[in-house]
Design a protein around this ligand. Structure first.
Ligand code: SAM
Ligand code: GLN
Length: 292
């Protein structure tokens, strides 16, 4: 493809057109969207407002900053780290390289959790491996009488999750605990619902991940052990002590892991498997279970 002719006047419209072509030529899939997100960030505005500002000419300093971001994007940096935020479900979350960039696939889990929480009064929820807090904060934000406990082994991730809770006005209904999986939970504490999007990439699959994910997102957020299932085994065996009778367990899975994770849950006599839910792309995404 021929590059678009270089315009002499760099309006917002011209910058976006040129950058979209450039990102496309470098293999960036969502080139137009990402060009808009990056330029809106530089101009400190909203992406949709760019449309009505098409004829404005950003300053030289703004163009320089934009160019720097494009260079880093093309070098593989996820756009969410470059601008420091990502939209997830109904909210905008602060993100930095200590946390996984929230994925739209994870909204499947959030929707199911909210559906089940809706009829409950003052439910207690546990989110294991909260990362940015995208699941935990979304639940607390939508279910106004829920108390949500969020854990992570990474202190840096917990700082991000706490900032997101404060930003969205739910920190007073959340508890943050640092530590390995279930270890930081007080003995005897029980929840109406436990949710988790644990690390689930098999170590053998790391070579096949896109460089964007593999080289920039935290390994600790992705690495699910030799076969990718280590966290499901640990959660399945340990969770019964922390679920109320009839309490719900929702686990996000990789789209090839449905049968394996269902088998792991089925081995636990105190857990009763429910249906596996599909994501927007019709892939298996959330394994559901209840404590008997
Ligand atoms: N919940 C977030 C989301 O859905 O975007 C982040 C999910 S990320 C796939 C998994 C998270 O689990 C990371 O934040 C990581 O730091 C955390 N984690 C990894 N190992 C852990 C462990 N042993 N105990 C608790 N959290 C752990
Ligand atoms: N969905 C992420 C990916 O495919 C993996 C997240 C996880 O391990 N839970 O990169």
């Amino acid at each position: 493809m021929q590059p678009a002719p270089t315009p002499t006047v760099w309006t917002i419209k011209a910058l976006l057109a040129w950058t979209t072509d450039f990102l496309k030529s470098k293999g960036v899939e969502a080139a137009k969207l990402e060009a808009e997100i990056l330029l809106a960030h530089v101009l400190r505005g909203k992406r949709i407002d760019l449309l009505v500002r098409y004829d404005e000419q950003p300053t030289d300093a703004e163009r320089t900053k934009f160019r720097e971001l494009i260079t880093r994007r093309v070098a593989g940096w996820p756009v969410a780290y470059l601008v420091g935020s990502r939209e997830f479900y109904l909210l905008t979350f602060e993100v930095e390289p200590a946390v996984l960039v929230p994925r739209s696939d994870t909204e499947t889990l959030v929707l199911e959790a909210l559906k089940r929480l809706k009829p409950m009064t003052a439910p207690t929820v546990l989110d294991i491996g909260t990362g940015s807090g995208c699941i935990a904060v979304s639940l607390a934000h939508q279910k106004k009488d829920a108390h949500v406990t969020a854990t992570d082994v990474s202190p840096d991730a917990l700082l991000v999750a706490k900032r997101n809770a404060a930003k969205h006005g739910v920190a007073d209904r959340m508890t943050f605990l640092q530590g390995d999986l279930l270890a930081p939970l007080a003995p005897g504490s029980v929840f109406d619902m436990v949710v988790s999007n644990p690390p689930y990439i098999a170590q053998s699959e790391f070579a096949e991940l896109s460089a964007e994910v593999r080289d920039h997102e935290p390994r600790i957020a992705l690495d699910g052990g030799p076969d990718g299932l280590a966290f499901y085994r640990r959660i399945a065996t340990g969770i019964r002590a922390f679920l109320k009778p009839g309490g719900t367990l929702l686990l996000e899975i990789g789209w090839t892991q449905d049968a394996a994770v269902r088998n792991i849950i089925a081995e636990q006599s105190e857990l009763e498997l429910g249906p596996t839910l599909k994501d927007m792309g019709k892939n298996p995404r959330v394994v559901t279970a209840k404590k008997k």
